[in-house]
Design a protein around this ligand. Sequence first.
Ligand SMILES: [Zn+2]
Length: 149
Amino acid sequence: MRYAGQCHCGKLKASFETQKTPHDLGVRACQCAFCRRHGAVNVTDPEGAAIIDAFTDDVERYRFSLRTGDFLFCRRCGVYIAAVMGEGEAIRASLNVAGLRMEAFLSAPEAPATYGAETTEARIARRLKQWTPTRFLDPALNASYYGPH
Ligand SMILES: [Zn+2]
């Protein structure tokens, strides 16, 4: 199935393809101070695929803490839609289904997740294993590098 969502104003769109049901996949509520401020609830599937449809000029990036990835926001409405890392064919993302209002996932089983004790290496390894292979439709965004720095 392919699921679609967008930020509040609609400038940033994303779709998520997975063979699993939202119920089987579940969603994670990262307990970090950033994610809780946004009410973020994220989904990933390493065997799935994500596409982010946005123009470079509409996307703001924020990098903090271990700086291992970029958190993407809409410059117009401020909604956080995804955390992204890597580059080119190796871009991976964790989509915020709450920010994107991916309806099918809003009632999926939610589990809290705490990653605060991870080392930089462990964080990168976990994301490479868990996050969703992703591409951007905008060639400039697709050619960008998203953490770690
Ligand atoms: Zn927006």
